[in-house]
Design a protein. Structure first.
Length: 546
């Protein structure tokens, strides 16, 4: 039998009758124009691959699942603790008994219901919110610690019945002190507001508070990552710093409420982490874009983020100078790109105001003008005394008042609600001992690592500038209200954007106890922060429900 082979078209042919394949034609030579076009396409594809590889290496195009898997288990624990802590505070704190929460809820409601930003600064909120404030005895309870918010069963049923009535959610259009804030936080809060639109106002308020609690998890995550980048030597100290941040009581209060401070804390922590990562690993295209995006998000979150800008810009400039010997002009192009991305919301804001025949920076313009006009009368001295003891020759802005202790230390130890819920006086005295111990242990660690600190002066200067910018902004805003109000913005919550620095201080304090006792000291510090948080919650429960 003759051997049979398969035809390419599928027909079976014998070897004797196999058709001859036609002779192959010689390939036509590629024209010069076609060669150049092919070369250009190849070069463009190579450039695209190079950029894609750089972005993937930096994490901008990384798989989200892979990114989550790279988060250390300890960091996930810190995130969970922060979320649960803020969620507990959201349930414990009565509705609207957090500073400015009625105004921030009104802003989010206006945006969710109408798609328009509020334009009025009055406190004539929607009929639904005004009814809720009346039924909850908001005015009678606020700043009156002798009055409780607990209600009888009959009162609770009446409140639910009245709030379930078809009350208008749009008439009013005002949002009080929140009217001048950027819209990003409120746009995000419109999501849980919409999910709870079928329930009462209290249902929507709690859902919105829980979104803020999720933002607390981001703050704790970035604080942990910041401590890891800034203090890479001791792994267990990262967890100590992250848990300390997650358990700060006032952080839990503000992250368990409808307030853009919750998002501001997360963005500020992301900025600290982005700078620390760039200082440790060098400025790249990816890190420059990341810092620029964080700045842009911060400017869209709350006006207070302006205080962080000088330190962020200084950090970028120092990073570009460090990267210039290795990357040349590319380092400064990355700097320009980061600044352009970060400034884009501000430029848009100015353009909108100019087109609308308003001041270029809106309300900020008048504040800056007033600050410059009054700076010569002692603003610097006021800001100094706002935080520190008065120096010889300075005027007495706070006579008989030690602001460092009475405003900032006591405020951190415990002052909740509308600044009307405090501990007994002896608690603030007792808190001096652990606070002094943390400071001394931190100083011991810094002295032991002083050789390494000398090589990181630029990095430390950037962190210090970020913190100083926040403090100067708060002090300057408070000075604008003087003498009508001595310390209008003397509240610790305005300084909580510096929470990552607190995490680093606590981590250094644990390391300052030495290799042998360091882990035990770290565990003791975490227990101390946990006890502070639990007793603060009990104090708030006693004030409102006792």
């Amino acid at each position: 039998m003759p051997h049979r082979v398969a035809d390419p078209q599928g027909a079976a042919l014998s070897t004797r009758g196999t058709r001859r394949a036609p002779p192959s034609r010689p390939a036509k030579p590629r024209s010069a124009v076609g060669s150049r076009s092919f070369t250009r396409r190849t070069q463009r594809a190579a450039r695209r691959r190079t950029v894609r590889q750089q972005l993937q290496a930096g994490g901008l195009l990384a798989d989200p699942v892979a990114v989550l898997r790279r988060i250390p288990t300890a960091a996930r624990i810190c995130v969970l603790v922060a979320i649960l802590n803020a969620a507990c505070w959201s349930f414990i704190t009565p509705p609207f008994q957090v500073p400015d929460e009625p105004a921030h809820f009104a802003y989010a409601q206006q945006l969710a219901e109408t798609g328009r930003l509020p334009t009025m600064h009055s406190e004539q909120f929607s009929p639904e919110e005004m009814t809720a404030l009346h039924d909850l005895h908001y005015g009678r309870i606020r700043q009156r610690p002798q009055n409780r918010s607990s209600f009888s069963q009959a009162e609770q049923e009446r409140i639910q019945r009245e709030l379930a009535a078809p009350l208008s959610r749009t008439d009013g259009g005002a949002s009080g002190v929140a009217a001048s804030e950027p819209p990003l936080y409120y746009a995000l809060e419109a999501i849980p507001y919409g999910l709870g639109s079928g329930g009462t106002l209290l249902d929507r308020l709690e859902l919105m508070r829980l979104l803020s609690a999720l933002m607390a998890g981001l703050t704790a995550l970035f604080a942990f990552l910041f401590v890891r980048e800034a203090l890479p030597g001791v792994r267990w100290a990262w967890t100590v710093g992250g848990l300390a941040v997650a358990l700060v009581p006032l952080f839990g209060v503000m992250s368990g409420a409808v307030n853009p401070d919750a998002m501001l804390y997360a963005v500020a922590a992301a900025l600290f982490y982005s700078l620390a990562r760039a200082f440790r690993r060098g400025l790249t295209l990816r890190s420059a874009c990341a810092i620029g995006i964080v700045i842009a998000v911060g400017l869209l979150t709350k006006l207070n983020f302006v205080g962080l800008l000088p330190g962020a810009v200084l950090g970028l400039v120092l990073l570009a100078r460090r990267a210039a010997p290795a990357h040349g002009r590319a380092a400064y192009s990355w700097l320009a790109l980061a600044l352009a991305i970060g400034a884009s919301p501000g430029v848009l804001y100015v353009l909108v105001n100019v087109v609308s025949d308003h001041a270029g920076l809106g309300l900020v313009s008048s504040a800056i003008s007033l600050t410059l006009h009054r700076a010569s009368t002692g603003e610097i001295a006021y800001i100094w005394e706002f935080y520190l003891p008065r120096l010889p020759g300075m005027p007495h802005y706070f006579p008989g008042y030690f602001t460092t202790r009475e405003i900032w230390f006591n405020g951190y130890v415990g002052l909740y609600g509308w600044y009307d819920t405090a501990f007994p006086a002896w608690v603030y005295d007792a808190a001096l001992l652990p606070a002094a111990s943390i400071v001394l242990l931190c100083a011991r660690a810094l002295v032991a690592d002083r050789a390494a600190l000398r090589g990181r002066l630029g990095e430390l200067l950037a962190y210090g500038a970020v913190g100083a910018g926040v403090m100067v902004l708060v002090g300057a805003d408070s000075y604008l209200q003087f003498p009508r109000t001595a310390a209008e913005y003397g509240a610790v919550r305005y300084l909580l954007p510096m929470l990552p620095l607190l995490g680093a201080v606590v981590a250094l304090a644990a390391r300052g106890a030495g290799r042998r006792w360091g882990p035990a000291a770290g565990a003791l510090l975490v227990v101390l922060f946990l006890a502070h948080d639990l007793f603060s919650q009990l104090q708030v429960i006693a004030r409102y429900y006792g």
